[in-house]
Ligand binder design. Structure first.
Ligand code: G4P
Length: 278
């Protein structure tokens, strides 16, 4: 066995053939010879590299699984954490989240939020996801992808291309102080549709109520409303719930102020106070 071992390793005793050295491996004196031993060394190095690579791959795999798990199971908590880290309360009513939602968009994060919406509404028989341009598009698209249904983007302006049958309703945004005609081409909705409406912010519920008017005018059903950030101190949620809609918000803000962002637990009822004066 010793002989086979030594030969397979090409570690020949200095005095090859001298049986004396093979009887006790401890007495074998080995001299390194590049010509003889380079293959063996290369083989050893290859083995080591292969093992190291395998360990690195396992670690990368574990890391991904861990991340995916965290995103899928705790995305609601993640949104709160992200708002705490990157959100800025600009006033008592306006929260700035430009770094991952409204201006720069964190696509991986949006995917996780979309997965969370899809999980929440998976039994609602959703046939289409609707959103209102523009900031709702990213999470809505991810939600539609996870539910395997189309996304329809409600337009804020009448397009010349949308000539034909359209549904329209006027929306006034109190946060932005603007008004627009929310528009949907009739071809993209049918009375059989069950719609999930996704939007980034819920303030007074103007946009969501407008979308609901359009959906109901077509004969379709608004089966659920998914909101990333609900400002629970404003009246949007109350209006939508009183109109009979199911609202699921991933982050619920109870209070905003200079350096203050307070969250409501998921189950806690929203404050019924009127919107603070701008
Ligand atoms: P409402 O529909 O619930 O009544 O809300 P409101 O009209 O007051 O405001 C809706 C618009 O204002 C949305 O933008 C929404 O993204 C934005 N908005 C509302 N509250 C906040 C806030 O606290 N922070 C930020 N950053 N935005 C807020 P939009 O008109 O749909 O335009 P877009 O930004 O999606 O293009």
């Amino acid at each position: 066995f010793r002989e086979i071992f030594l030969e397979s390793c090409w570690l020949f005793p200095v005095t090859a053939g001298d049986d004396r050295y093979l009887r006790d491996t401890r007495s074998v004196s080995v001299r390194f010879r590049w010509e003889i031993h380079r293959n063996f060394l290369t083989w050893i190095l290859c083995r080591i590299w292969k093992n190291v690579r395998q360990v690195l791959q396992w670690q990368a795999k574990d890391y991904n699984i861990e991340n995916k798990y965290t995103y899928e199971v705790k995305s609601v908590k993640l949104l709160e954490d992200r708002i705490k880290k990157e959100g800025q309360a600009l006033s008592e009513t306006v929260l700035k989240v430009d770094s991952f939602i409204n201006h720069q968009v964190d696509s991986v994060f949006m995917d996780a939020l979309g997965a969370d919406f899809a999980e929440h509404f998976k039994d609602a028989g959703i046939t289409k996801v609707f959103t209102i341009e523009s900031s709702g598009i990213a999470p809505a698209l991810m939600t539609a992808e996870h539910l395997h249904v189309p996304l329809v983007i409600l337009k804020k302006q009448t397009s010349k291309i949308l000539n034909g049958n359209v549904y329209q309703t006027r929306i006034t945004s109190f946060t932005k102080g603007t008004s627009y005609e929310l528009t949907l081409f009739a071809d993209y909705i049918t009375p059989e549709d069950r719609i999930l409406l996704i939007d980034d912010f819920l303030a007074n519920g103007e946009a969501a109520m407008g979308a609901s008017r359009i959906i109901e005018a077509s004969g379709a059903t608004l089966a659920g409303i998914g909101i990333l950030i609900e400002k629970s101190f404003q009246k949007g949620r109350k209006r939508l719930e009183e109109a009979g809609y199911t609202v699921y918000s991933q982050a619920r803000i109870g209070k905003l102020g200079a350096g203050v962002i307070e969250f409501l637990p998921e189950e806690e009822p929203a404050s019924r106070e009127e919107e603070p004066a701008d």
